[in-house]
Design a protein around this ligand. Structure first.
Ligand code: BMA
Length: 382
């Protein structure tokens, strides 16, 4: 090309080099801010441990996804932690010789000051198991299947109750007490003088019709107010500062909008989705891909994390479900973790246990490049 600066021979090359240098620097800065700058957390007073957890989840998503299990160490097929409180066990450990990377717990029942949660896990054991999982390097996520405050029925009692919990509502006093009990439980989660960071995932699957906080049992406006109010009570009234808040609708049916109940960027840290395989692998893979892609596009725009917050195939009748159904559905998704639901009994479990036909497939799943169990996430720098 002819030098367009004939009076300054060599200038063209310098100008070109300078341009390239600035361009490269700018692209690096752009990439860096895109990949490392998460949106500010819901809690501006978040503990260092909570901030670190968000960085850890981000670092994990760059290498693969953490594998989670609900009630992983609380009980499994044929055993309960409360019967052998000195031993930390897990069906996943029995099969693989490693623990899951994410430990799910549910505090349904804490609102009543009950000694056990809705699935008979004593809260005292749960607290110890949370401390143990955290000490091992595991990630803690907590859901809350709370009772219906109007009727005293369970979460599945669809009598409208959301508006009643809001300021001015008939059950307001009760609801404030319930949130205080949640705060007390969460504030007691400490390890080596630090609060244990928790992904808190209340009021999940609100687009399904099965919980009292779900559509059509409350309006999206009231749902959003309840969420925001709960965050404000925990964070501002009870000074709970070690939570990341996860919003997790259920599988989107035609016409469902992922953001219909979204409480807003200031009230959510992590996007989630719950999708189960109802024994239809093709439909499952299709909807996981579709919904996770949508969630990812929203999360990426907002610089927030995202995860597959609940899944599984009950009883795992498909022997190679983990390698041939779940893995291809999420392989390139960018999620931080995937959580399989609980191993309650042989007719209601979502992880293999010793002797289950899918044991071998689960070992193969572990060997795949993106699946990260406890030992794997403990290798990751963040
Ligand atoms: C559901 C079922 C119930 C359980 C609830 C909360 O999906 O597993 O049996 O009580 O989760 O863990």
């Amino acid at each position: 090309m002819k030098n367009i600066f004939p009076l300054f021979p060599g200038f063209r090359n310098k100008a070109l080099s300078l341009f390239l240098l600035v361009f490269t620097l700018l692209s690096y800065i752009g990439l860096w801010s895109q990949s490392n700058n998460l949106a500010p957390l819901v809690d501006k007073k978040a503990t260092a441990s909570a901030i670190l957890l968000s960085k850890k989840l981000q670092a994990i998503s760059k290498q693969g996804f953490a594998i989670g299990h609900q009630d992983a160490s609380s009980y499994g097929i044929g055993w309960k932690h409360k019967d052998h409180p000195d031993k930390i066990d897990s069906d996943v450990y029995r099969v693989l010789g490693d623990f899951p990377a994410v430990f799910g717990f549910d505090i349904g029942g804490i609102e009543l000051d009950s000694p056990d949660n809705l699935d008979s896990v004593p809260f005292d054991n749960m607290r110890k198991l949370i401390i143990d999982a955290h000490a091992k390097g595991g990630i803690i996520t907590i859901s809350w299947h709370l009772d219906n405050p109007v009727t005293g029925g369970d979460s599945w009692d669809k009598t409208p109750a959301v508006a009643q919990c809001l300021k001015g509502g008939e059950e307001r006093v009760k609801y404030e007490l319930w949130v205080k009990r949640v705060a007390n439980f969460l504030n007691a989660l400490e390890y080596q003088g630090e609060k244990i960071p928790v992904v808190f995932r209340p009021f999940h699957e609100m687009n399904g019709a099965w919980f009292w906080w779900g559509d059509p049992n409350c309006t999206s406006k009231d749902y959003i107010r309840l969420w925001q109010d709960t965050v404000e009570q925990l964070r501002d009234v009870h000074q709970v500062h070690h939570l990341l808040y996860a919003y997790s609708p259920n599988k989107l049916n035609p016409g469902d909008e992922y953001l219909k109940y979204y409480p807003g960027d200031d009230f959510v840290d992590i996007f989630g989705i719950d999708i189960y395989d109802r024994n239809d692998a093709a439909d499952y893979i299709k909807s996981v891909k579709q919904d996770v892609e949508l969630m990812k596009s929203i999360a990426d725009k907002k610089n927030k994390l995202y995860a597959f917050t609940e899944t599984g195939l009950e009883k795992i009748p498909t022997e190679k479900w983990f390698t041939e159904v779940l893995y291809p559905a999420i392989e390139n998704s960018g999620i931080s973790w995937v959580l399989m639901w609980r191993n309650h009994r042989t007719s209601h479990h979502y992880m293999p246990f010793k002797g289950h036909p899918s044991e071998k497939d689960f070992k193969d799943f572990k060997a795949l490049p993106k699946t990260l169990f406890l030992k794997d996430i403990n290798q990751i720098k963040y």
